[in-house]
Design a protein around this ligand. Structure first.
Ligand SMILES: Nc1ncnc2c1ncn2[C@@H]1O[C@H](COP(=O)(O)OP(=O)(O)OP(=O)(O)O)[C@@H](O)[C@H]1O
Length: 240
């Protein structure tokens, strides 16, 4: 039986005015899962990913390998359960700056008094630059500000960073290929699916928000539908 990575219990998220976006959300994610999340526009798909990465306030419980984000320390937790936003245009600086900041979150060292201190970020690994390159991202783009990248370049760069960090066991993907042409989207899909299957990879599961039924069918191993009342697992007809 594959190990349970994430357990979500009675999750509820409210708008600032107090009315719920969704409530009573219960599900779990196991090793090897690619959970496709679908639902109407505004049903809270992006919001649930933000809750799972502890970027939004929520009620209920999120357990990653049996412990809460706060028990791990939220910055560390976020390197393990990693949110890849649909648009990175609001990020300051360049992809290289961002990679340096996020990798330093994952590298905590013990000082002489036994306290955890933030480590120095290692340089970007050549294989990360090669991965981005294999998706058509020229090395020069690592030093261009996010706001000067195209939507598709931002998406591929954000994904290459997420994979290249090698820290995450679960990626939270918010329409990760929505700005890509079909061929590039298919290359990215195939790569992510193979990473989940590979015993060499740290990546063990994906939660994948998509509006595309076709993409959902291509990548998903489980399918959930989000609505204000909760989340519903959809049965897959194995005969299809
Ligand atoms: N900070 C906020 N303040 C007020 N309302 C918010 C906030 N963030 C999200 N919402 C509302 O919460 C609801 C869910 O938004 P969310 O972006 O999660 O939906 P979604 O399912 O991802 O939508 P889409 O499919 O259109 O991308 C929407 O009605 C949105 O307007």
């Amino acid at each position: 039986m594959p190990e349970t990575l994430l357990e979500v219990k009675d999750l509820e998220c409210r708008r600032p005015k107090g009315d719920p976006i969704f409530s009573h959300v219960n599900f779990s994610v196991r090793e090897g899962d690619i959970v496709v999340v679908q639902g109407k526009s505004g049903s809270g798909k992006s919001t649930i990913l933000k809750c799972l990465s502890h970027l939004n306030i929520y009620n209920g419980e999120i357990l990653y390998r049996g412990r809460t984000p706060k028990q791990y320390g939220v910055p560390f937790y976020r390197t393990r359960v990693l949110y890849v936003p649909q648009r990175a245009s609001l990020l300051p600086g360049t992809p290289r700056d961002f990679m340096n900041v996020v990798t330093s979150f994952g590298s905590y060292n013990k000082n002489n008094e036994g306290k955890l201190t933030k480590g120095k970020a290692p340089p970007i690994a050549p294989e990360t630059i090669e991965l981005a390159d294999s998706w058509g991202i020229d090395e020069e783009l690592w030093d261009r500000t996010w706001s000067n990248l195209s939507g598709g370049e931002m998406q591929r760069m954000a994904l290459a960073i997420a994979v290249g960090m090698k820290s995450a066991e679960i990626l939270l993907l918010d329409e990760p290929t929505s700005a890509l042409d079909p061929d590039t989207a298919s290359t990215v899909e195939d790569f992510l699916k193979s990473e989940i299957k590979s015993s060499q990879s740290n990546l063990k599961a994906l939660i994948w928000v998509t509006h595309s039924e076709e993409q959902g069918r291509r990548v998903g191993s489980r399918f959930v539908h989000l609505s204000s009342g909760g989340i519903q697992e959809e049965e897959v007809d194995s005969a299809v």
